[in-house]
Each structure stands twice: as structure tokens, then as C-alpha cells.
Write a protein that binds this ligand. Structure first.
Ligand code: SAM
Ligand code: SF4
Ligand code: SF4
Length: 335
């Protein structure tokens, strides 16, 4: 195994895999009705969750194979015990250039300064409403002020890549789409409108809640003014990007059901209990934890990853009515 960037992970469709989404816990301090409804959860037993040294072993081996960007997600990544230490350990791994975090923002106000010191430059904060009572209705907790404060702290700290993730739910928050879009006039943030995905048992998915990206675009232009399309770049990921002519920020639409960007997919996922997932919508998983706990060495682990990526599907596997699905809860995959 070499350290040079030629030794990249390449799948059987020629896609270079450079991005790892790492779920560091399945636990969460919110109960979003579309992800982790109150009545339906059992945390993973603690011994099933990857330990820090297991996570860093995986990242170290993957970094030598060309992984450059790692996103910590969950559950809520910032409630994992001692998560700042984990971030520090990952940031020291040769080859890792970007550490990103997707968070619900609740404990972010207490951590922003430390995250900045650790070199975290990419933070995605999930927020589905600007109304306090609606926030409680959607997330099961009266914590809107904390999350908004987290956004403010990140703005004060000049986090260079700050995004707000908004899951569009017809009948719950679709009437706030234009208001969120308008935030990007004043604030240097990317607001990303995400279509509600039929993911995970008990996620309350239902056709009646689905609000498509094209409707959102129409609503924004009708209420807030014309949008200009932004060129796709290597950093666009799965979002189609727009901005207001006079806007400081940008607007992204993530439309998983059309998944037009599978051909550019550069990502792997590792679940909190150490399963490798090659596609968000495929339930095929490989048990890395078992390998780590039976003493696999770095060379064999690298060889395993090289083989495993060859089985990454070209795109999501259609199930019924061409809808993708997956059985695991979103909170243990991390989105
Ligand atoms: N707890 C963190 C948070 O909420 O940002 C990270 C984990 S969460 C599973 C990652 C992202 O997935 C969040 O932006 C969340 O809104 C989104 N998400 C969860 N369930 C979803 C669903 N069924 N459809 C679309 N997005 C979903
Ligand atoms: Fe928690 Fe994030 Fe799921 Fe909401 S979306 S329940 S914040 S993991
Ligand atoms: Fe990648 Fe699968 Fe998502 Fe397509 S559906 S972008 S292949 S993870």
C-alpha cells in the first residue's frame, strides 16, 4: 500500500471514492418525526458502537487509499462522549483535508470555538422551521433558540462553509420554504432544501408529506424573486445550486428521488456500529467491526476496501414504484 494519491479507491464504474460519511452514534437529543419518532427507538448497545481507536484505524487506512474528506454525522454526532477528541484524532491523520459535521445544532453553541480551533470549516446545521412552536412539533423538543444560537455562533466565527439543511414536509413546513430562501439574501449560508426520503422503518414517511424540489423553486421565485442557476463544481455534491442576484449565500436543492448525480457519487458510509454501506439506498452492509475486533491488519483492511468498492451500485436500486428505500433508521446511517 502506498501513501500516494494514485492509490485511490475506484469502483467498477470508474468513480473515485474520496469522501467518507461516518456515523459516530445512533443517539440523539431530538426526536424528529421524520427520522426518530419518539415511540420507536432502541439505542444500539454501547459495545456495538465503534470505539475511537477503531474509527481512527478505519480512517487511517481509508486515507491511505485516497479518502480526503470525512463527515461526522449520526444520530447527533456532537452528543457522542468526547467527540472533540475524536475530531482531533481524525484531523491528525495524514491525507485527511476536510472534516465536516452535520449536526442538529443543539449543543453547537458550546462547541463552536473548539471546532474552529480544531480546523473544522464545514458545518451543516439541520433546521426545518423558524417558528419555535413548530420546531417543538417537528423535533419533539423546545430547543429552537439553542439551534438558532448555534447558527449565530458559526456566523460570528466565520465558518467558511456553513449550510442549513431543511427537510421539506408538505403540511408541516412547506410554507416556510421562501422564508428560508430569503435568509440567503443577508447571510453567507447555503440553505439546502432536501426532499423527504422514504428511509428507515418507522420514519413516518408518507406520500402525503412529500414536497418536491421543483415546487419549492416555484414557491421561492413567486414569493421572493428570481433565482440564478449556479454552475456545478466538484464541491456541489448532490445539490443543484441557485442564488438570488443580490444574495450573499446560495440555495441548494437535494432531490434524492431523482438522484441525477449518482454518476458523480464519491462516497462511502460507515454506520455507528461499524457497517460499511456503499450506497445510501442499498441495504447491503459489510461488517467492519467484526474484522477490527478479530485483529485484521492494515494491509488486509485496505485490500478489503479495494474489493468492496467494486460492488458499489451504479445508482440506487429501485424497489416498489421506483422509490428507493432502506430498512435501517436514518439516524444510524447518518444521511
Ligand atoms: N442529527 C444530525 C442532524 O440532524 O443534522 C445528523 C444526522 S441526520 C440523520 C442527517 C440529515 O438527514 C439531517 O439534515 C436530517 O434532516 C436528514 N434526514 C433525516 N431523515 C430524513 C428523511 N427521512 N428524509 C430526508 N432527510 C432526512
Ligand atoms: Fe436526530 Fe438528526 Fe434524526 Fe433529527 S434528523 S432525530 S436531529 S438524527
Ligand atoms: Fe451515491 Fe447511492 Fe446516493 Fe446514488 S443513491 S448518490 S450511488 S449513495
Amino acid at each position: 500500500m502506498t501513501d500516494n494519491n494514485d492509490a485511490v479507491l475506484v469502483d467498477s464504474f470508474g468513480r473515485k471514492i474520496t469522501y467518507l460519511r461516518l456515523s459516530v452514534t445512533d443517539r440523539c437529543n431530538l426526536r424528529c418525526f421524520y427520522c426518530m419518532p419518539q415511540a420507536d427507538f432502541n439505542w444500539m448497545p454501547q459495545e456495538n458502537v465503534l470505539r475511537f481507536e477503531e474509527i481512527t484505524t478505519l480512517v487511517r487506512v481509508l486515507a491511505r487509499l485516497g479518502i480526503r474528506k470525512v463527515r461526522l454525522t449520526g444520530g447527533e454526532p456532537l452528543v457522542r462522549n468526547n467527540v472533540l477528541k475524536l475530531i482531533e484524532d481524525i484531523s491528525r491523520i495524514a491525507g485527511i483535508r476536510e472534516i465536516c459535521i452535520t449536526t442538529n445544532g443543539v449543543v453547537l453553541p458550546d462547541m463552536t470555538d473548539r471546532l474552529v480551533t480544531l480546523g473544522v470549516r464545514h458545518i451543516n446545521i439541520s433546521l426545518d422551521t423558524l417558528k419555535r412552536d413548530k420546531f417543538e412539533e417537528i423535533t419533539g423538543r423546545d430547543l429552537f433558540d439553542r439551534v438558532w444560537n448555534g447558527i449565530e455562533k458559526c456566523l460570528e466565527a466565520d465558518i467558511p462553509c456553513l449550510k442549513i439543511n431543511f427537510v421539506m414536509i408538505r403540511g408541516r413546513n412547506h410554507d416556510e420554504i421562501a422564508d428560508f430562501a430569503m435568509l440567503t439574501r443577508q447571510l453567507p449560508v447555503e440553505v439546502r432544501f432536501i426532499e423527504f426520503m422514504p428511509i428507515g422503518k418507522g420514519s413516518n414517511w408518507g406520500e402525503q408529506f412529500f414536497y418536491p424540489s421543483d415546487k419549492a423553486l416555484e414557491q421561492i421565485e413567486k414569493r421572493a424573486g428570481k433565482l440564478v442557476r449556479k454552475e456545478r463544481t466538484a464541491f456541489s455534491g448532490p445539490a443543484e445550486l441557485y442564488r438570488f442576484q443580490d444574495g450573499r449565500g446560495s440555495i441548494g436543492f437535494i432531490s434524492p428521488l431523482s438522484h441525477r448525480f449518482c454518476n458523480e457519487c464519491n462516497r462511502l458510509r460507515i454506520t455507528a456500529d461499524g457497517r460499511l454501506r456503499l450506497c445510501l439506498f442499498s441495504d447491503i452492509e459489510m461488517d467492519l467491526r467484526q474484522m477490527l475486533r478479530t485483529g485484521i491488519n492494515d494491509e488486509d483492511l485496505a485490500a478489503f476496501f479495494m474489493d468492496a468498492v467494486k460492488t458499489k451500485p451504479a445508482r440506487y436500486m429501485a424497489r416498489t414504484q421506483n422509490l428507493p428505500s432502506c430498512n435501517r433508521r436514518m439516524s444510524s446511517i447518518g444521511g
